[in-house]
Design a protein around this ligand. Structure first.
Ligand SMILES: Nc1ncnc2c1ncn2[C@@H]1O[C@H](COP(=O)(O)OP(=O)(O)O)[C@@H](O)[C@H]1O
Ligand SMILES: [Mg+2]
Length: 386
């Protein structure tokens, strides 16, 4: 899977940008700070469901100088013998005095309704400086990463998450209404509500288990490749959480029953907390640095950075094995790496064979890539002058 052209209109610092990419494996974006390297990578990241790798508010990305209420991005993507055109419009409209942000997607000129159609056509994997906090921040950040990995492998997974979230909201609302009537939810006070909760919780469990099973499959598939590095840290991942533990040892029926019981028991507490005490939204991703037998969270910040790179590359290998060959977006990835690791990294990346978009202040940051036929160096200064 490769991007063959990228056109931006009114996106962040770009009024207009037209790029054509011939058959190069690595696209190096270089230029001084603030020139627009990250902006260009961010534009590409909108090819994934969601709001790009910065999780931006959509109206933030519209070029402030162009007096427009939308940005547009067009891509030509080549996948084997197939070429597809994807157009994305990010707009802000005022409707009935309300400001509404919208991401509209066109595939070969046809508007699509669901973002989950995107990963069927294109997969992206990214690593940005914002992710440096990966092992030091809350579990939500890591869970989102895992979920993103899985929906890239199986776009259907996005729908499981959506249904799950919808039912969580419904449960929270019923419980909240109970708090308004009493101090907290009390079983048996309102039979209709109890029945409704039971139905919603059954749906939560059904969808929750699908999510768990997909995650367990992902972890197993990922770890089956953990010997694939020569000069980079070998890692293994696992998920830590309540139901996961039981799923490992018990039959599905038993897990189902246990999960339902736990939700029932926690209604009172959850009505006070305003959240849910059990489920896949409680799991955390743990990464084990095999050589030191140490969890990544206990490693130094320098080690954490290379472990994170291992995580990304190993995921790419898994995607490649599944014939998905993602495009990699690596923003400022070589900053703060020592020379030896940098060389190992560039060798690993080249060996992957995927199309890789990388940024850095100048080409000297990337030893060996200078004068490499497979590398295209795009100097942003020159591009925006045209
Ligand atoms: N919506 C916008 N309209 C115009 N300029 C923007 C917008 N959003 C960000 N910028 C500008 O883009 C520049 C940052 O570009 P960036 O891609 O992060 O640079 P770098 O090359 O250092 O990665 C900043 O100068 C910022 O002011
Ligand atoms: Mg940048």
């Amino acid at each position: 899977m490769k991007l063959r052209s990228v056109n931006l209109e009114h996106f962040r610092s770009y009024k207009e940008l037209n790029l054509k990419i011939k058959d190069t494996k690595i696209v190096l974006l270089t230029g001084i700070n603030g020139i627009g390297k990250t902006n260009l990578l961010e534009a590409i990241s909108f090819l994934s469901p969601g709001k790009g790798f910065k999780n931006s508010k959509l109206d933030e990305v519209i070029n402030t100088k162009s007096n427009k209420n939308s940005s547009s991005i067009f891509f030509v993507i080549e996948n084997g013998n197939n070429k597809n055109e994807i157009g994305i419009s990010l707009s802000n409209e005022i409707i009935n005095n309300k400001s509404l942000n919208r991401k509209t997607i066109f595939i070969n000129g046809k508007k699509i309704k669901r973002q989950s159609d995107l990963p069927n056509l294109i997969s992206l994997v990214w690593l940005t400086p914002e992710m440096d906090i990966f092992f030091r921040t809350n579990s939500l950040f890591r869970r989102k990463f895992v979920d993103r990995c899985i929906f890239n492998l199986n776009p259907n997974y996005l729908n499981y998450l959506k249904i799950y979230e919808k039912n969580l909201k419904e449960r929270a609302k019923i419980l909240k209404d109970s708090v308004e009537e009493d101090f907290y939810y009390v079983y048996g006070k309102n039979k209709e509500k109890d029945l409704w909760l039971k139905k919603v919780e059954e749906r939560i469990v059904a969808e929750g288990i699908k999510i768990y099973l997909e995650r367990i499959k992902f972890v197993n598939d990922f770890n089956s490749l953990s010997n694939s590095f020569e000069n980079f840290p070998k890692i293994e991942i696992f998920l830590k959480g309540d139901i996961e533990q039981i799923l490992k040892n018990e039959k599905l029926e038993k897990v189902n029953k246990f999960y339902i019981e736990k939700l029932f028991e926690s209604r009172k507490l959850d009505s006070i907390k305003g959240s849910i005490s059990y489920g896949p939204n409680k799991s955390d991703l743990k990464v084990l640095f095999l050589k030191k037998k140490l969890l990544a969270e206990k490693c130094s910040t320098g080690e954490q950075k290379i472990i994170l790179i291992s995580l990304i590359i190993q995921f790419c290998k898994l995607m490649n094995k599944n014939n998905k060959s993602p495009i990699l977006l690596l923003d400022e990835i070589v900053a703060h790496l020592d020379e030896k690791i940098k060389l190992h990294l560039l060798n690993e990346l080249k060996a992957l064979g995927n199309q890789i978009w990388m940024s850095g202040a100048d080409i000297n940051l990337f030893p060996k890539l200078n004068n490499d036929k497979e590398v295209l160096n795009l100097k942003i200064e020159d591009l925006i002058k045209q």
